[in-house]
Design a binder for this molecule. Structure first.
Ligand code: PMP
Length: 419
């Protein structure tokens, strides 16, 4: 008898039978409000009819044409569509399949373009699980421990996690920028540094919006030292935060962006975006792979971007996100264990803190499990003490209220008798 690898250990016992919109229907006959969106992927909801139709039509036309040999129409169309929403100056796109591949491509491009070896990443950042991307990841030791030696040339700088430091945001930003300058003087000189990579909202590391002033400080140093700034928009992009891109909560324009997850509603496709001049420093054929920019995934991405525009999903993320944030604040005022509520748009989280001020990992996990009993699917992040709430961008206010009620019941079930 074969079995699924223990590497596939699941956080919930749910097996999906079918799914639509914000709902997952389990093989157990129950339906679950899906506030995980496949880790921020099913942006237009499960099986949006326009995405399904686009993919179906493409399957009957061309499934695969390898882009270094024969180009296909969906990728040209997707390039036009993404071009409409990319920041000024970022006018070139290159495609892969997964987030990690995009991050790796961005890192390789930065090294090639600058001729410098080092990458600076930030504490708590998550950029993937391949050897190179795990090397830039510091959101948990499990992504690194036992897999050494990882890629050389990555150095970590502190990230302004004001809540953990117990500081106000400005103090945290000032401290982190000073430490970054110190890193340039002591560990990785600007002449050796190709790029800094940052998530506009720290995702797996705990759902912490990067303070705009920090991003602006990075931009200023990047310009001064001719270092490239990579915005990893894999989780924060395509409307998730209530703006099309997470970095647009600041005035900063990055040099390279990574894009994946929500861009194709569940089909595997990713991209890096950068100015043509920068992109043209890498050898054609030196990046990407056999399945990069698959035709069916690209067609689904085109339909996804159309739905995001036609159904005003960026505004919906902003407005439903505000309702969700208010509901979470209400829960926090009733439960002292919720130490912090934070997020942008539909990228929201609550952090559980034990009475002694340490991260309450046990409660984070227990709430996730109790939520399943309430018919609500949630994910943890941070050390497990942070429960993140990421509904599909099509979520309604009614579903937000429903989800908040289920979450409240789950927290009650866990904390009953403890407080
Ligand atoms: N970067 C960020 C910001 C992510 O959130 C993720 C996935 N959680 C990745 C990179 C890696 O993407 P993938 O799992 O598709 O390789």
């Amino acid at each position: 008898m074969t079995a699924l690898s223990p590497l596939l250990k699941q956080a919930t016992p749910v097996v999906v039978d079918h799914a639509e919109g914000c709902w997952i229907h389990g093989t157990d006959g129950r339906r679950y409000l899906d506030f995980t969106a496949g880790i921020g992927v099913t942006s237009t909801g499960h099986c949006h009819p326009r995405v399904v139709e686009a993919a179906r039509a493409q399957v009957g036309t061309v499934i695969h044409a390898q882009y270094t040999t024969v180009m296909h129409k969906p990728l040209l169309e997707l390039t036009d569509k993404l071009g409409e929403v990319l920041p000024p100056g970022i006018d070139s796109l290159f495609y892969a399949n997964s987030g990690s591949e995009a991050v790796e491509a961005a890192m390789r491009l930065a090294r090639m373009a600058t001729g410098r070896p080092n990458i600076i990443a930030f504490h708590g950042g998550f950029h993937g699980r391949t050897v190179a991307t795990a090397s830039m990841t510091s959101s948990g030791t499990k992504f690194r421990s036992g897999y050494a030696p990882l890629m050389a040339g990555v150095h970590f700088a502190p990230y302004p996690t004001a809540y953990r430091y117990g500081w106000d945001v400005d103090t945290a930003v000032d401290f982190c920028l000073r430490e970054l300058d110190f890193l340039f003087q002591t560990v990785s000189s600007p002449q050796d540094t190709a790029a800094m990579i940052i998530e506009p909202v720290l995702g797996e590391g705990g759902y912490i919006p990067t303070p705009p002033r920090f991003l602006e400080g990075l931009r200023e140093r990047a310009d001064r030292h001719e270092i490239l700034l990579i915005a990893d928009e894999i989780q924060s992009g395509v409307g998730r935060t209530g703006k099309f891109w997470g970095h647009q909560h600041s005035t900063v324009v990055p040099d390279i962006m990574t894009i994946a997850k929500g861009v194709a509603s569940g089909f595997p496709i990713s991209a890096i975006a950068a100015p043509t001049e920068l992109m043209s420093t890498a050898w054609p054929g030196s990046q990407g792979g056999t399945y990069g920019g698959n035709a069916v995934a690209a067609a689904a991405a085109v339909a996804t971007l159309d739905v995001v525009r036609d159904e005003a999903l960026v505004d919906n993320a902003r407005d439903r996100g505000a309702s969700l944030h208010a509901a979470l604040r209400g829960l926090a005022s009733a439960h002292p264990r919720i130490g912090d509520v934070r997020g942008l748009g539909l990228m929201q989280a609550i952090e559980f803190t034990a009475p002694d001020g340490t991260p309450d990992v046990a409660t984070g996990h227990a709430v996730q499990h109790a939520a399943v009993d309430q018919g609500l699917l949630l994910l943890n992040c941070g050390l497990g003490n942070v429960v993140r709430i990421i509904p599909p961008l099509v979520v309604t206010d009614e579903q937000i209220a429903d989800g908040a009620a289920r979450l409240s019941a789950a927290i009650e079930a866990v904390l009953q008798g403890e407080e």
